[in-house]
Design a protein around this ligand. Structure first.
Ligand code: ATP
Length: 258
């Protein structure tokens, strides 16, 4: 996309235009699928009969987000939230339609690629370099990242010794050390404790105020209302509602019972 020059505070950061994402999966053939006798029969007859199945995860979504917005994505399991984030990040190609972004989108997931066998310290350095920081910037940010993560002396131990909460705290601390044009966060705050969540929510607001756009996928509706000014409710790959966060969360709770 041609570079978008912001002309006012409402300059768009992400434009999603009639987006469709279809996963193509090779599965077992039909005919008694899923039962033990059928599986055994296929094994004995050496039948694999793979069949291409399609999962239409995103079905014609369009919206625009703007500088300084933080947008919560909510919806039931399998409604397409993570798929939408990956498509915005450029990790999944649209089957139809398009995603335009102004600036570099960065996806922060609980599975962000940190190395389990390396210490937290090495991961901080590598993670920062991977985000494009210079060694001097890494040096400058290092202490604040470790402090934010609250990992303490575990920073000298390999990451495989961390609890899942500690791992996601470190990932969030690394990602949040950089100013992002478009930051995409997938449930990263789910495993942190209350104090860490409070600090993370504060940092998300700061990132948003630094004129970037934050997208946050969460099942924690309180996190969405505390952090986001807008929410998009997905259902079966379509937008059911797109409005200010409090309004959407209220409607979602009324529909699902929370
Ligand atoms: N790699 C994949 N291959 C095939 N189908 C997939 C894949 N990833 C997701 N899907 C399917 O796409 C649909 C949307 O999944 P997605 O993970 O985006 O939903 P979600 O709203 O993020 O769910 P959750 O709240 O459970 O994390 C689901 O039907 C899911 O089964």
């Amino acid at each position: 996309m041609a570079e978008v020059v912001p002309t006012d505070e409402r300059a768009p950061t992400v434009v999603v235009d009639d987006l469709h994402v279809v996963y193509r999966v090779f599965g077992a053939g039909t005919g008694g699928k899923g039962t033990a006798p059928a599986a055994l029969r296929r094994l004995v007859r050496r039948q694999s009969s793979p069949v291409l199945r399609e999962v239409h995860a995103i079905r014609g979504i369009s919206f625009t987000s703007y500088h300084g917005e933080s947008v919560g994505l909510i919806g039931r399991n399998g409604s397409g939230k993570s798929t939408l984030l990956k498509a915005i990040a450029g990790l999944l190609p649209p089957t139809k339609g398009a995603v335009f972004t102004d600036g570099q989108p960065s996806l922060l997931g609980v599975n962000a690629a940190l190395m389990n066998d390396l210490t937290g310290e090495r991961n901080v350095v590598l993670g920062c370099l991977a985000m494009g920081m210079t060694p001097a910037e890494v040096k400058e940010k290092y202490d604040s990242i470790v402090e934010f993560s609250g990992i303490g002396e575990f920073i000298d131990l390999p990451m495989r010794t961390y609890s899942s909460g500690m791992g996601s705290r470190l990932r969030f601390a690394i990602a949040a050390a950089k100013k992002h044009d478009v930051l995409l966060i997938d449930e990263a705050l789910a495993t942190g404790d209350a104090e860490f969540r409070r600090r993370s929510e504060e940092r998300i607001r700061e990132l948003r105020d630094e004129a970037g756009t934050v997208f946050l996928v969460s099942h924690g509706l309180d996190v969405i209302t505390a952090t986001c000014d807008r929410a998009i409710w997905l259902e079966k790959g379509e937008i059911k509602m797109d409005d200010d966060a409090a309004t959407v969360v209220k409607a979602y709770i009324a529909d699902t019972g929370g």
